[in-house]
Structure formats: structure tokens, C-alpha cells
Design a protein around this ligand. Structure first.
Ligand SMILES: NC(=O)c1ccc[n+]([C@@H]2O[C@H](COP(=O)([O-])OP(=O)(O)OC[C@H]3O[C@@H](n4cnc5c(N)ncnc54)[C@H](O)[C@@H]3O)[C@@H](O)[C@H]2O)c1
Length: 399
């Protein structure tokens, strides 16, 4: 039976006014500017669609670099987002991913209260085979050539040591190692932020932010998932985990022997969970998963959890409270943004702690406007982007 404190789809109004996705008045049909920065060969990408400010293809034949940088919005400041190093099957697939990811960064950064817009980069290739010093440094030079419109960091397939190499060619890089003056691994703060999202979700679902006695399923116990399990155990929750990598599971069990393991994510979503935390790759929430999911709350660290936008409605219709990924997994970007000014760990942790209040606000706006938390969060982000972008109308002297 459907559990409800969300209204059914028919009752959900489109009460929230839409602001331009990039936070400024982009006319309908405005096309993405595609700039080709290439050395020495040039490949031109087609227009990426409306809403993005700039998309840059970076190609350097001698190092084998093929990368795409997408800037969705610089309404709040320079685009900030990580570099994904992945063996995409085609340039089109890479382009689709970077457009999606950079748009997500605009919303994430806006809701995290950062003075950064949304940007992201993808490097096309197998990081285990293709990652070389020359390639990373070539990439760093392309980032530098954008003059600060884009600030890069780590993502799937890139690590703090890689950003140290990129930093030899550009100053527009964050997410570096501690011994290079950076703040180190951002997954620690990401997991802390997800915990705050879970606490706010628990408060909305069950009337108390305590997770003690709750059963939380964690799919993917890599960097973020593993730290999240640590928090859950410390909070007195029961963790049930799964991972395709047996080594990752073993590391969690070594640290927390009481954790229960299930064979795969399909078994996890069918388990008797209070909350489900997707912490592996994107697309974990499909129509099929929504059908069988037994958890009352979904809140996890993975990016782009919804397989398609309609899944947000499907979750609400089944009475599942979904804490949008881009709200609750902002701890990492909060850390790397903090590093730009010189890292202060306590300041970054305090900012990540605000994810609790932001998640509460998202749920409250969703309820007030009878819409989904995703629509509410997007609205709040767009409102901030538009409001700050308008400040550019206030004239300032040069210099
Ligand atoms: N690291 C960060 O600071 C950060 C910040 C924001 C968002 N994220 C997102 O969180 C997610 C996890 O990031 P991470 O840094 O922990 O990556 P990671 O690679 O360290 O961990 C991912 C884990 O998921 C496992 N996995 C992959 N497919 C799986 C499947 N089908 N079922 C179960 N497990 C599976 C992998 O084996 C791995 O252990 C990603 O979506 C990432 O984009 C990470």
C-alpha cells in the first residue's frame, strides 16, 4: 500500500515559478556556445542544447588528451566541479554526461550557498591505462586557458594526487592533497553531509532526527559509502551494505564487523530497510527499483540517482521521501570550495553541517507547494542564481 505524506501526482501543482535553469534570463531556444580549444588537431562538437553557457572540447594529440569542459552557469561565480575520467563509448556519450553533470553542479553549488556556478569536465579514456603526467598537465593547461571561468577538482576516476599534477599547469584547481596545501579527500565531508540529509529525512519521516535503531541500506561502500557506514554505526543505526567489489566490502567489515552484507543492490532495495542510501554510480533509482523499494526514505551520496526525472514523481506517489542527491552530497564540493580560499577544516565542516537545515527547507517548500523535493530544491537553487545574477545590473567602477 502506498504510504503518503506526499500528495498524489494529480494533486501536485506546478505552483513553483520556473527561473531560467542557468539562473539568468536565457531566451527560449538559446543555444550553447561551443568553443573548440585544441592542440594541434580540432574536432568540433555540435551545439549542446539550451541552458549551458559554454562547452569546450580540449584535444591534445601528443598526450592523447580528449576532454570536454562544460560550464552550465557562472551566475554565482566561476563554475566549480570535478573532472570525471571515464572510458566513454563515444564523444556523444561524454558530452551528454558532462552537460548533465555541470547542470547538476549549478544546483548543488547554489544550494550549498557557494559563490560558484556549475561546471564539470570529462576526460575520455581509461584512467588505469591512459592517465599520464603529460595528459594531466595538458588538461591543466586547457583549464588555465579558460582564465578562471572553470575551477576543476576530483571526480570518479581522478584523485587528489592527480589534481596535484594538474596544479602544475593551472591555478584554477582545487581538491589537492594535504601535503600540497589542499584539503585532501573530499569523500569524508561528503559522507558527513549525507548523514545530515539522512537526519533531516528521519525527522520529516518519523518525527525525530535520530537514526538510532533505524536500518539503512548502503549500496556502494567505496570512499563515500564506507565513511557513511562509520557514521551510521556511530549513530546507533543498523547498516546493510552491498558492493560489486569484494575488497570494498571486506574493508567495511574489518572496521565494522556488525554490518550485514547482501549480494547486490537488487537484494538491498528489497530488504526491510528504513532508509536506502545509493552511494555507487548514477541511475540507481529506476522505475523498477521504486516498485520494489521498501525503504521509507532515500538519501545517499551518489550523483544523478534518478534514472529519469519522472522517478521523483514515482517515489512521491509511493510515499517515499527522497532527499535530492544534489542537496545532500554537497559536502565534497563545500570542502573543495573552502580550499580555494586556503583550507580551514572546521569552517568546511560547519558549512557541510548546514546541509541538515537546507534539506529541512527543501522538504518544507515541497510540502508548501505540493510538489516533489526535487522540484522544490531546483526552485530554491534557481531563485538564488537568478537573484545573485541580477546584482550584475548594479554598476561598479572598473579596477
Ligand atoms: N567522493 C566525493 O567526495 C563525492 C562527492 C559527491 C558525490 N559523489 C558521488 O558518490 C558516488 C560514490 O563516490 P565515491 O567517491 O565513493 O566513489 P568510489 O569509486 O570510491 O565508490 C563507489 C563504490 O561503488 C561500488 N559500485 C559500483 N557499482 C556498483 C553496483 N552496481 N552495486 C554496488 N556497488 C557498486 C564500487 O565498487 C565502489 O566501491 C559517486 O556517484 C560520486 O559521483 C562523491
Amino acid at each position: 500500500m502506498a504510504r503518503t505524506d506526499h500528495p498524489p501526482a494529480a494533486a501536485r501543482a506546478t505552483a513553483l515559478p520556473r527561473v531560467s535553469a542557468a539562473g539568468r534570463s536565457v531566451a527560449p531556444g538559446t543555444r550553447t556556445e561551443v568553443i573548440v580549444a585544441s592542440s594541434p588537431a580540432t574536432t568540433v562538437l555540435g551545439p549542446g542544447g539550451p541552458g549551458h553557457e559554454q562547452v569546450v572540447l580540449c584535444q591534445d594529440r601528443s598526450s592523447g588528451l580528449r576532454a570536454i569542459v562544460a560550464l552550465h552557469s557562472t551566475a554565482l561565480g566561476p563554475g566549480l566541479g570535478g573532472t570525471r575520467f571515464h572510458p566513454y563509448p563515444s564523444e556523444d556519450a561524454a558530452l551528454a554526461d558532462v552537460l548533465d553533470l555541470s547542470r547538476g553542479m549549478s544546483y548543488k553549488n547554489a544550494l550549498a550557498g557557494l559563490d560558484h556556478g556549475g561546471g564539470k569536465a570529462v576526460i575520455i579514456g581509461d584512467p588505469r591505462r591512459d592517465k599520464t603526467e603529460a595528459l594531466l598537465r595538458a588538461y591543466g593547461r586547457f583549464v588555465q586557458s579558460l582564465g578562471g571561468r572553470y575551477v576543476t577538482a576530483c571526480d570518479v576516476g581522478t584523485y587528489v594526487e592527480d589534481m596535484d599534477v594538474v596544479a602544475r599547469e593551472t591555478r584554477f584547481v582545487t581538491g589537492r592533497s594535504e601535503h600540497s596545501g589542499g584539503a585532501g579527500d573530499s569523500s569524508v565531508l561528503t559522507a558527513y553531509g549525507v548523514l545530515q540529509g539522512l537526519r533531516a529525512s528521519a525527522e520529516r519521516a518519523w518525527g525525530s532526527a535520530s537514526l538510532a535503531g533505524r536500518t539503512v541500506g548502503v549500496a556502494g561502500v567505496g570512499k563515500v559509502g564506507r565513511h557513511l557506514v562509520g557514521h551510521l554505526v556511530a549513530e546507533g543505526a543498523r547498516a546493510v551494505v552491498t558492493d560489486v567489489d569484494a575488497g570494498a566490502v571486506q574493508r567495511v567489515l574489518a572496521a565494522h564487523p556488525g554490518v550485514e552484507v547482501v549480494p547486490d543492490a537488487a537484494a538491498l532495495v528489497r530488504a526491510d530497510l528504513d532508509a536506502y542510501a545509493p552511494c555507487a554510480l548514477g541511475g540507481a533509482l529506476t522505475d523498477e527499483v521504486v516498485e520494489v523499494l521498501r525503504a521509507r526514505v532515500v538519501c545517499g551520496g551518489a550523483n544523478n540517482q534518478l534514472a529519469h526525472p519522472g522517478v521523483a514523481d514515482a517515489l512521491a506517489e509511493r510515499g517515499v521521501l527522497y532527499a535530492p542527491d544534489f542537496v545532500v552530497n554537497a559536502g565534497g564540493v563545500i570542502q573543495v570550495a573552502d580550499e580555494v580560499d586556503g583550507p580551514v577544516p572546521e569552517r568546511a565542516r560547519e558549512r557541510a553541517g548546514r546541509i541538515f537545515a537546507t534539506t529541512q527547507r527543501v522538504f518544507a517548500v515541497a510540502q508548501e507547494h505540493a510538489t516533489t523535493p526535487v522540484a522544490a530544491a531546483e526552485h530554491l537553487a534557481e531563485e538564488r542564481m537568478a537573484g545573485v545574477a541580477r546584482l550584475r545590473d548594479v554598476w561598479l567602477p572598473r579596477g
